[in-house]
Design a binder for this molecule. Structure first.
Ligand SMILES: [Zn+2]
Length: 330
C-alpha cells in the first residue's frame, strides 16, 4: 500500500455540458454468515456476523424523453433455490450458515415496482456463489463480466479455486459479454476480445471503461479478489459520486485502515486470504480508500466532490441506509 501517494489529489472528470447522472438504489439480495477471523486482522476468533450480499439498481436516463430509463443491476446476490448450486458449492455454503435468500434481487426489484424483465444489463462484480444470484430471472438482460470470468466458470482457477465451485452454465452464453483483457499478457487467455469497451486510466485506477460513453458510469478493473473482479464508479448528482466496491474487502474497516486483510492456512502448508492475490487486492483497496479522503478528490476544473464507497457485505451500511433501498435511492 505504501507505494501509493496518500497526499495526492485524485481527479475525476468534469461533467459534460449536458451531463447524464444515474440514480442508484440498493437491493437486498440475501444474507450469509462470515467468520470474522477469515476476513480481518486482530479478529475475535469466535465472532461470526450475518451480513448482506448487496445488489444495486443503476438507472441511466434515456436519450429519448418518452422512453423509460435503462436499467442496470450490479451483482445479483444469492440464489433463492439452493439446488441451483453444485454439490461442492453447497458444501461451502454449509459453512456460511445461516443464509437467507428472501427477498432476493428479483423480489427486491418487484417490491419497488420494477420487473426483472425490465432489466437491460446485469454486471457481476465476480462469479462467487454469493454474487451470481439467479441469472434466469433476467431473460432480457445482457450479462457483462470482467475478463477471464468465462474461463474461470468453465475450468476453475488453480488449487484454491477448483472448477467444481463454479458452474460452467451459470451465465447465458448468448447474452454474456466479457470485457476485454486489461493487460496485454492476458489477451492470449481471453475467450473473447471486444473493442466496444476500451480500458483507460481514471482517478488513480489503471483501467476503467466508460460504460455508456457519457461519463456517467465507469466499470473499474479491481483486481485481486477473483479473476475478472470489477467495480462501478458512477455520477449520481453534480459533485456526488458512488463507488460500488463488490468484494474489494468484506469489512469497511479495511478501507478505513482500522483493520488489515486476514491471512490463514491454505491447507497446503501456506497462507492465503479470501482474495486470489492478497497483495494485488491490497493495492485495489488502497486506490479505493483514496477516493474516501475528504478534500482530496476533485473534478477537473476544481470542484471538490464526495465519493461514497459501498461494499457488498457491509451490514453496518445496510442498517444505516434502509431508506436508500429501492424504490429509495443513494
Ligand atoms: Zn467474493
Amino acid at each position: 500500500m505504501s507505494s501509493l501517494d496518500d497526499h495526492e489529489t485524485i481527479t475525476l472528470p468534469a461533467p459534460a455540458p449536458n451531463q447524464n447522472y444515474v440514480s442508484i438504489s440498493a437491493l437486498d439480495a440475501g444474507h450469509l454468515t462470515l467468520p470474522e477471523k477469515l476476513f480481518v486482522t486482530d479478529a475475535d476468533p469466535d465472532k461470526r456476523a450475518t451480513v448482506p450480499s448487496l445488489s444495486f439498481l443503476i438507472q441511466h436516463p434515456s436519450q429519448h424523453p418518452k422512453t423509460t430509463p435503462t436499467n442496470l443491476v450490479f451483482d445479483l446476490g444469492l440464489k433463492r433455490d439452493v439446488s441451483g448450486y453444485r454439490a461442492a458449492q453447497q458444501d461451502h455454503i454449509a459453512q456460511r450458515q445461516p443464509t437467507t435468500a428472501s427477498p432476493d434481487a428479483a423480489a427486491s426489484l418487484r417490491a419497488g415496482g420494477l420487473e426483472p424483465t425490465d432489466i437491460n444489463t446485469v454486471i457481476l462484480s465476480h462469479v462467487h456463489w454469493d454474487h451470481v444470484g439467479t441469472p434466469a430471472d433476467f431473460p432480457n438482460a445482457e450479462f457483462v463480466v470482467g475478463s477471464g470470468t468465462q474461463h474461470l466458470l468453465a475450468h476453475g482457477g488453480g488449487p484454491l479455486y477448483p472448477a467444481d465451485i463454479f458452474n460452467p452454465d451459470e451465465l447465458p452464453s448468448d447474452r454474456t459479454r466479457e470485457l476485454p483483457p486489461v493487460r496485454a499478457s492476458d489477451a492470449a487467455h481471453a475467450s473473447a476480445c471486444q473493442t466496444r469497451h476500451a480500458w483507460t486510466p481514471l482517478a488513480g485506477f489503471p483501467a476503467v471503461v466508460d460504460f455508456y460513453g457519457d461519463g456517467s458510469v465507469y466499470v473499474v478493473d479491481a483486481p485481486g479478489h477473483l479473476v475478472g473482479h470489477v467495480n462501478v464508479l458512477a455520477r449520481t448528482a453534480p459533485g456526488k459520486w458512488v463507488y460500488l466496491g463488490g468484494d474489494c474487502c468484506h469489512d469497511a474497516r479495511i478501507l478505513s485502515g482500522e483493520k488489515g486483510i486476514a491471512l490463514y492456512g491454505d491447507g497446503r502448508g501456506g497462507l492465503r486470504s479470501v482474495h486470489a492475490d492478497t497483495e494485488v487486492a491490497a493495492g485495489t483497496v488502497a486506490r479505493i480508500a483514496r477516493l474516501m479522503k475528504q478534500g482530496r478528490v476533485r473534478e477537473e476544473g476544481g470542484r471538490e466532490v464526495r465519493v461514497e464507497v459501498v461494499v457488498a457485505h457491509d451490514g453496518v451500511w445496510r442498517e444505516g441506509n434502509r431508506g436508500r433501498f429501492w424504490p429509495g435511492r443513494l
